[in-house]
Design a protein around this ligand. Structure first.
Ligand SMILES: [Cu+2]
Length: 71
């Protein structure tokens, strides 16, 4: 399913790359598109990908997921 992640802490293209890589490394996550303008990411997540695991992966690279919406 498609999900939109609201992410705090990104300030430049490097941040976008860090977040993009962290999401791409997750099993079951594909079609990662991270936007600095809207401080968000859109991903396709397999049904067994847990929101808490997404939050942990983003936290690990230094950013914070403040919201996850199904879209
Ligand atoms: Cu940056």
């Amino acid at each position: 399913m498609a999900k939109k992640l609201l992410i705090e802490g990104m300030s430049c293209g490097h941040c976008v790359n860090h977040v993009t890589e962290a999401l791409n490394e997750m099993a079951g996550v594909s079609n990662v598109k991270v936007s600095l303008d809207t401080k968000s990411a859109v991903i396709d997540a397999a049904s067994d990908v847990k929101d808490e695991d997404i939050k942990a992966a983003i936290d690990e690279v230094g950013y914070e997921v403040v919201g996850i919406e199904e879209i």
